[in-house]
Write a protein of this length. Structure first.
Length: 125
């Protein structure tokens, strides 16, 4: 039993050390792409569920840890896309804000329409 734990610890250590230079390794995980907001939200939800299922197990093996490590790449891609989309929405809101500040109703209507249409794509809007 103790030998198994030592072996598992050594394998995990080797795995983690090899991950340190992941950006320099062309064969390292890239995760699933998130080409759109809808895809990013789907990847985020599905992959979080997979991570949660692994973490809910009574025993988490080294294989499970490797799976979590790989899944984090998909989550990072999804969060990056979501962040980019929120940034674009924030820019649209700022343009609407400035149009309203300048009392430019035609511009506010046009910018507001774009902003509201894009805001619908986000959960909770």
């Amino acid at each position: 039993m103790n030998c198994k734990r030592i072996t598992a610890s050594l394998l995990l250590s080797a795995f983690l050390v090899s991950s340190v230079n992941a950006d320099e390794r062309p064969d390292h995980f890239s995760g699933e792409a998130s080409e759109s907001l809808d895809q990013a939200l789907a990847n985020f939800t599905e992959t979080n569920g997979r991570v949660a299922n692994i973490l809910a197990q009574d025993e988490i093996s080294m294989t499970d840890m490797a799976a979590i490590h790989e899944l984090t790449y998909t989550l990072e891609n999804a969060l990056e896309r979501i962040d980019d989309e929120y940034d674009a929405l924030e820019d649209q809101l700022e343009a609407l804000h400035k149009a309203s500040e300048g009392a430019d109703s035609d511009r506010a209507r046009a910018l507001g329409g774009t902003y509201l249409e894009n805001a619908k794509r986000f959960p909770g809007s």
